[in-house]
Design a protein around this ligand. Structure first.
Ligand code: NAD
Length: 255
């Protein structure tokens, strides 16, 4: 019997085998969870489907989080196939590459709205769509970064989006506590992924993290996966509204 045996849930944000979502999926499946996945577009489906199938998943659906109809359709399918679910993992973010390069004050409304929509608002809409199928005692976990609470060079509008995401975690946790639903975030240290490749001078972030992180090294997708496993599992039954740092907080969370 694994920690997650008998539990079912969905992971948004798998793109390839470098994705943080992949580290999470492997840990959750390894602990016995049954998983569903979404992919952003057809190009990514080709990568996501074989990965999902290798973890015995047969619910693999398209979902652009900017399209609420698609999100509703995803949870309708889960309702039909499984009735109820135990957890939702939100590992989705996007900002225009130029907005992660230019001076922050050059951020325009369209780029600001795009980053906030995909990376923060989507947690709210996803939660709303999930609620009819999410069990009492269910868990929602999202992914954030230190740039939410500090000005990290070049993280720019994504830092503002992550700040909105972290505040949304607290408001959702406060609202859903009475339903026994927990909402938390994992704040991961920098990891080389597709999304990270859009951040200017990402190598420098890796170098600084390695130098300053208490463990004196970078963290892996699997380590983020293990922290997420804890948060979705009953081990964290009393934990909600938390930003859980995986070595990204340089030992003093926000400070
Ligand atoms: P990734 O590129 O593997 O994953 C990002 C995912 O977001 C992709 O699967 C992409 O398809 C999806 N996505 C983008 N726009 C979307 C949309 N409109 N609808 C649906 N999906 C969309 O990169 P990752 O680093 O694994 O990112 C996962 C999460 O982890 C993100 O929230 C990211 O900000 C966060 N995070 C990453 C790092 C890091 O250093 N890599 C550190 C802390 C937090």
């Amino acid at each position: 019997m694994g920690l997650m045996t008998g539990k079912r849930g969905i992971i948004f944000g798998l793109a390839n085998d470098k994705s943080i979502a992949w580290g999470i999926a492997q840990q959750l499946r390894g602990a016995g969870a049954e998983l569903a996945f979404t992919y952003l577009n057809e190009a990514l489906e080709k990568r996501v489907r074989p990965l999902a199938e290798s973890l015995d998943s047969n619910i693999i659906l398209p979902c652009d989080v900017q399209d609420e109809e698609q999100m509703v359709a995803v949870f309708d399918t889960l309702k039909q196939q499984w009735g109820q679910i135990d957890f939702v993992v939100h590992a989705v973010a996007f900002a225009n590459r130029e907005d992660l390069k230019k001076p922050f004050s050059e951020t325009r409304l369209d780029g600001f709205q795009l980053a906030l929509d995909v990376s923060a608002y989507s947690l709210i809409s996803m939660t709303r769509c999930a609620l009819p199928v999410l069990k009492e005692g269910g868990s929602i976990v999202t992914m954030t970064y230190l740039g939410a609470v500090r000005s990290v060079p070049q993280y720019n509008v994504m830092g503002v989006a992550k700040a909105a995401l972290e505040a949304s975690v607290r408001y959702l946790a406060a609202e859903l506590g009475e339903k026994g639903i927990r909402v938390n975030a994992v704040s991961a240290g920098p990891i080389k992924t597709l999304a990270a490749s859009g951040i200017s001078n990402f190598k420098e972030k890796l170098r600084v993290a390695e130098e300053r992180a208490p463990l004196g090294r970078l963290v892996s997708q699997n380590e983020v996966g293990k922290a997420t496993l804890y948060l979705v599992s009953d081990l964290a039954s009393g934990v909600t509204g938390e930003i859980h740092y995986v070595d990204g907080g340089f030992s003093t969370a926000a400070g």
